[in-house]
Design a protein around this ligand. Sequence first.
Ligand code: AMP
Length: 352
Amino acid sequence: MIPPGETIGILGGGQLGRMLAMAAAQLGYRCHIFAPEADAIAAEVAADFTCADWHDAAALARFAAACAVITYEFENVPTAPLAALDGHKLVPHPRALECAQDRLAEKRFVAALGGLTAPFAAVEDAATLGVALARIGAPGILKTRRDGYDGKGQWRIASPAGARALVLPARPLIYEGFVDFLAEFSVILCRGDDGDIRFWESPQNLHEHGILARSLVPAPAAVLAQRDEGRALARKVAEALDYKGVLTLEFFATTAGPVFNEMAPRVHNSGHWTIEGALTSQFENHIRAICGLPLGDCALAAKGCEMRNLIGDTAANWAEILADPANHLHLYGKAAARPGRKMGHVTRLTLG
Ligand code: AMP
């Protein structure tokens, strides 16, 4: 057990790290952020900040020496330099990162555990894309295997002719058949140091342009009917990885059952509603798990809630948002608004 007062290291300096650091502070921990960007918004609410490249081995070693435990808020942290860190200090174990960083490895891993996925095939060039199309058909989505997020690094393919017109990036890719889904949802769990697993209620997630726009709890009946099957798979994933902390699996609810899309070995945007909407937030339980503390209750604290992301420039509406007392506003302190950039979120609770 890591007692309050110790320092928790966080790899990554974005809003997830910021909200983790705020939850850690509530429990009396100090946080030390490691991130390559000088304007890391997590560092504004943390005790210490190392601004260095992921491959700066000396800076990573100094950072590790200063922390009792290290976690990550960013799943594209390069894993090779992490091998030099004290393995016991990095929680969740980097095997979860390795699996989740590669869409192909992730889908194979989950399929081997019995999970349903969209039909998929590895693509390297026009010839292998042709083979994938012949087997899977169109429509489908071509995605970079690594480093894609929020719909970046994705190309929708409506027909084989459309695929031939594409200039393929020189990177490993995956082609997935298009899933005709009823709804999208996520399973968010926390696994404690002792193997105790707790689930939050599954939100329905609504995406716009590949970016999460809203999460709704409780989800509609089509999702609730598939939630437990999604949970059973998520439990298997967590146990197979001997995972500690918050783990998120994203699913499509379909007429054939829940189809796994991707996983995130970290706290997740679709769990932001848990700050006000659950008895214990995803951020607090992640901190509890990595420090070896007992987990808090994940039950709903309201009849329902809706989390809405503030994307691009909309954060300027803060006064209007706060004029409604049911709204809880979270602004991340990002200086420059850009199209598609997550500037904050609003959670609205339905009580009684
Ligand atoms: P991803 O980055 O894989 O989470 O994709 C972002 C969003 O694109 C998803 O949340 C879906 O809305 C959509 N999407 C991704 N893959 C597929 C698929 N195989 N079939 C249908 N929609 C998809």
